[in-house]
Write a protein that binds this ligand. Structure first.
Ligand code: FAD
Ligand code: UDP
Length: 365
């Protein structure tokens, strides 16, 4: 064997693992089918602006160990994500908080907001929310659901809210204070200079081969490494033999505009069904950019098909039980381990990816 580990995927999961394995004296080869490292956190410099090429990425965590870990590789700024929602000609603050409720109903106090939500919730009589619609109605009532959740979610996931798991909406804070911070986490920020440098530093001194697809590569190099860490799609690894898992993908329409400030905020969500995109990202605002031009990306969500990038696992019951069957196959492997958003078929944020990779490191090394 030439290497101790063949790491498939130069994304965050593969990079954390490779960095730690190298530190522990293991010889690693990292391959990726893309022509760049960093997977979905890759940033590309356009007009001096770090463009989040695969969608807006905000680092947030409550895990101090993970925060300290990632800060070894970059300095983070004080960006706090506070998206704005555009619904028809109305504008609201997100996440759902007193600023949102006050704009919606012309009220000022938490008690007034709670009374309205309670009344709307009672109309639906949902006791134990079983799906995203029931969860949203029970948390926020009909107005918030209809104006800010239903259209956006159905565009994002391409399914009615009644067919989506409740946990998706529980990712968002819902609070009765005037606080537009999209996250509840203790630590938050954007790496000054973008995300790619983090992965670059992690992979420093490690052999990386880009534009290299595992399935082709392994045919020619079956004995290249003792153990393979696979961070691609687990169902693809097994040739879809038990059936295909479902994913959502996102298409970005990116434009350079000859103006300094297009929308005044990094993220504006378009929550009505009729607008075809889900959100517009204005990348410079993640780093308080003052460049003379600006770069915006409109995000369009659609069902994944082979040949395009899978972004979001669709963790409904059907897919989760299919994944459990793939997991059984994976558990029998002695020389292959699976990790990351696609390998574990989990809606992981970056901090959870780092946590999971560090756990795997402890187990393996
Ligand atoms: P990936 O980054 O997908 O890396 C996997 C790599 O494996 C890819 O580079 C791929 O090319 C390669 N690969 C796959 N198959 C093969 C193969 N057969 N051969 C060779 N290479 C292969 N998280 C946050 O914390 N905050 C956010 O704000 C946030 N926003 C997000 C927005 C969007 C639109 C998306 C999609 C995700 C977002 N995330 C966010 C999640 C974040 O992107 C992931 O947690 C993280 O990037 C996952 O890292 P990974 O290494 O598991 O996967
Ligand atoms: N969501 C919504 N309206 C919004 C923003 C989010 O209904 O304006 C819902 C939607 O279902 C989405 C979920 O909340 O999938 C989680 O949102 P988040 O911003 O965490 O999604 P991500 O960053 O993963 O795209």
């Amino acid at each position: 064997m030439k290497y101790d580990y063949l790491i498939v995927g130069a994304g965050l999961f593969g990079a954390v693992f490779a960095y730690e394995a190298k530190k522990a004296g293991r010889k690693c080869l990292v391959i990726d089918k893309r022509d760049h490292i960093a997977g979905n956190i890759y940033c590309e410099n356009v007009e001096g602006i770090n463009v989040h090429k695969y969608g807006a990425h905000i680092f947030h965590t409550s895990n101090k160990e993970v925060w300290d870990y990632v800060n070894q590789f970059a300095e983070f700024n004080h960006y706090i994500n506070s998206p704005v929602a555009a619904y028809k000609d109305e504008t609201y603050n997100l996440p759902f908080n007193m600023n949102t409720f006050s704009r919606l109903w012309g009220i000022r106090t938490p008690q007034e907001a709670k009374d309205i939500i309670q009344k709307q919730r009672a109309e639906y009589g949902v006791a134990e929310p079983k799906n995203l619609e029931e969860q949203a109605l029970s948390l926020a009532g009909k107005d918030v659901y209809e104006k800010l959740i239903k259209g956006y979610t159905e565009k994002q996931w391409g399914r009615p809210c009644t067919e989506l798991p409740a946990f998706i909406i529980k990712r968002l804070p819902f609070r009765f204070i005037y606080d537009n911070n999209y996250f509840n986490d203790r630590y938050q920020g954007i790496p000054i200079g973008g995300y790619t440098q983090i992965v670059e530093k992690m992979l420093d001194g490690i052999e990386v081969r880009l534009k290299t697809d595992y399935f082709e590569f392994i045919k020619e190099n079956p004995d290249i490494a003792d153990i393979t860490l696979f961070t691609g799609m687990i169902d693809e690894y097994y040739g879809y033999q038990l059936g295909a898992l479902e994913y959502r993908t996102v298409r970005f329409e990116t434009e350079v505009l000859d103006c300094e400030n297009y929308q005044g905020n990094a993220v504006v969500n378009y929550t009505e069904r009729e607008v075809p995109y889900t959100r517009i990202i204005e990348h410079k605002h993640f780093e308080f950019g003052k460049q003379p031009k600006t770069v915006i990306s409109r995000e369009y969500s659609s069902e994944w098909k082979p040949g395009i990038e899978p972004y979001y696992p669709i963790n409904n019951e059907e897919n989760n039980s299919l994944f459990a069957k793939y997991r059984e196959l994976a558990d029998k492997e002695e020389k292959v381990i699976f990790g990351g958003r696609l390998g574990n078929y989990k809606y992981y944020d970056m901090d959870k990816v780092i946590e999971a990779a560090l756990d795997l490191v402890k187990e393996q090394l």
